[in-house]
Design a protein around this ligand. Structure first.
Ligand code: ATP
Ligand code: MG
Length: 183
């Protein structure tokens, strides 16, 4: 499974609708300080369901909405869409039939969050569920940021175990068990 493109609108510094295509298996985002490189990574994490403002480098969850600049007024909502190529069949089950998977999240100033899976409204849970066990997800090891390597080295055994369980593909079963036990 490969990320094909990301569509940003009203998200942090990306006020105008912007599409970034990833045409190769490995891509690099380069640019001067403050141009929005980390904002793209925040966007990927956010659309996959990140629910901590701190992990998105903000104080509140609506801080991701473009809040104005010298020449532009703030906007009312932010939206991010990720399009994945699933032609290799990484996502199985009911998603195997789709060569492309689109996930989208929208948030308004009133902190109203809406999620979409292939254009159809869904729950946050539906989005986080499909990525469990794939190594993708808001806090998975697919996103390796500054400081992440030392964080891994310094992590407690229980934290390290979470990464190993995700890589082994068993975290989704643990999550389901937790869910059943809590019902
Ligand atoms: P560096 O090379 O220093 O890591 P970077 O390319 O990663 O820089 P980012 O942190 O992605 O830069 O972007 C920072 C810019 O995004 C700043 O100019 C900041 O003002 C802008 N920004 C962040 N949040 C918002 C927001 N909600 N509305 C408008 N602009 C925002
Ligand atoms: Mg940065």
């Amino acid at each position: 499974m490969r990320l094909k493109c990301i569509k940003l609108a009203g998200f942090k510094s990306f006020v105008d609708p912007t599409t970034v295509h990833f045409t190769a298996n490995m891509s690099a985002v380069i640019g001067p300080n403050g141009c929005g490189k980390s904002n793209i990574i925040d966007a990927v994490r956010w659309v996959m369901g990140e629910s901590s403002a701190k992990n998105l480098r903000g104080d509140s969850m609506t801080d991701v909405i473009f809040n104005g600049s010298n020449s532009r007024k703030p906007v009312g909502q932010a939206s991010i869409e990720l399009i994945f190529d699933n032609s290799d069949g990484t996502l199985r089950g009911e998603y195997a039939q789709y060569a492309e998977i689109s996930i989208r999240r929208k948030v308004t100033r009133e902190a109203q969050n809406t999620y979409y899976l292939n254009g159809v409204k869904c729950r946050r849970r539906d989005i986080t569920d499909i990525f469990l066990g794939t190594g993708l997800g808001p806090r998975s090891y697919s996103i390796i940021e500054q400081g992440m390597i030392s964080k891994l080295i310094e992590s407690k055994p229980e934290e390290l175990r979470n990464y190993i369980e995700e890589a082994a593909g068993i975290s989704k079963y643990k999550e389901r068990r937790r869910d059943t036990e809590n019902r």
